[in-house]
Design a protein around this ligand. Structure first.
Ligand code: NAD
Ligand code: MG
Length: 332
């Protein structure tokens, strides 16, 4: 908020600070805020969010955003909409937390009704998102379920469309990531689960969604810097993200004939539950994001405008495209 003098580093860097995001402390806002005369203050991207090493932490999979220290910023207090998705009916997988939550909040504040899918044990995070969508004056639909199930994936777009009254924006965002040092440490079960979640599910969900979509509809897939430059300890995950990049480009060519666009968003290191549920090797949390040219990890809210842009009619000539947010390297 304008006039608050607490810096992002203070707000997000301290041990107790994570809880400030949903608290009544207005200082949890990013410092890019209106400064009275209608202009917006410049912010330095290096210091807009914390660059302090994250404290070592681990939660059982899938981890809750509400238990992270510091709590990620999904734009709960900062994202301002301007009607760019007015009337849209959107379904997001992994909409409970992290990048999917940031997109869900932004979509609602841009005027979309929003259905979120999440794993059933993520209900506490999902409840927060449902409340935020409703606070934006939009319809919120919660659809818990396991994306490893073919039947669930195939039924998900129909469930969302029935409850939303249509479907014209799909975000395949859920993913499974477990860091392992070497191929010998990756079990067949892990490999299978990573592929089921990260590439089979977008295939099955897209296949079921396309017949429900009218010209002008959009599919957005969350890929990664790993689609281009694999982290050494993410063999299976990076392979799925490479596959999802090509899936995006190939599907875009097919469904362009129906007036449907397909694009991808490619994040770099972003502070989300996936990282504290096995996404990083033990003992490595303090290094997370430190090696980007910007010198810090990103926050989920920093991805939100890219999903909005890709989802809105404003980007009508963009299909089979990728937009990245990676702190300076690993670009599409
Ligand atoms: P996140 O943990 O907040 O989101 C991942 C979500 O995937 C979970 O919330 C969960 O709802 C969903 N999920 C996983 N397995 C599931 C299953 N079997 N059934 C139902 N839901 C399931 O973490 P995030 O980082 O926001 O991840 C969102 C996307 O961003 C993923 O595609 C991830 O690969 C991508 N990404 C993240 C980063 C990063 O650094 N955090 C970097 C590049 C790409
Ligand atoms: Mg989650």
């Amino acid at each position: 908020m304008a006039g608050m003098d607490t810096t992002r580093r203070t707000v997000l860097g301290g041990a107790a600070a994570g809880f400030a995001i949903l608290s009544t402390r207005a200082s949890a806002q990013p410092s890019a805020s209106a400064i009275g005369d209608g202009t917006v203050a410049l912010t330095d991207p290096r210091t807009k969010y914390t660059s302090e090493p994250f404290p070592e932490q681990r939660q059982p999979w899938p981890a809750l955003a509400s238990k992270m220290n510091p709590r990620p910023d999904h734009g709960e207090r900062s994202y301002k909409g301007s009607g760019r998705l007015a009337g849209r009916k959107a379904l997001l997988t992994g909409g409970d937390s992290g990048i999917g939550r940031a997109a869900a909040i932004a979509f609602a504040r841009e005027g979309a009704d929003v259905a979120i899918n999440y794993y059933p044990s993520e209900e506490p995070d999902a409840r927060e998102v449902v409340d935020l969508i409703r606070q934006a004056g939009r319809k919120a639909v919660a659809i818990p379920g396991d994306l490893q199930s073919r039947e669930f994936c195939e039924g998900l777009p129909g469930q969302a469309a029935r409850q939303l009254g249509g479907l014209d924006l799909l975000v395949n965002n859920a993913a499974y990531q477990q860091s392992k040092e070497h191929i010998f440490d990756v079990s067949d079960e892990q490999f299978d689960r990573t592929f089921k979640t990260n590439i089979y599910a977008p295939f099955r969900i897209s296949k079921a969604a396309i017949p429900l979509m009218k010209p002008g509809s959009v599919i957005i897939n969350t890929i990664s810097v790993n689609s281009y430059e694999p982290e050494v300890e993410l063999l299976d995950y990076a392979s799925t993200k490479g596959a999802l990049l090509i899936f995006t480009k190939a599907l875009a060519k097919q469904v362009v004939k129906q007036g449907i666009r397909v694009n991808a968003v490619a994040p770099g290191p972003i502070w989300t539950p996936l990282q504290v549920a096995g996404g990083q090797l033990p003992g490595k949390m303090g290094e997370f994001g430190q090696d980007t040219p910007l010198g810090r990890a990103g926050q989920p809210v920093e991805l939100a405008p890219l999903f909005v842009l890709m989802g809105s009619d404003e980007s009508s000539f963009t299909t089979g495209g990728v937009v990245g947010a990676n702190g300076g390297e690993g670009s599409p």
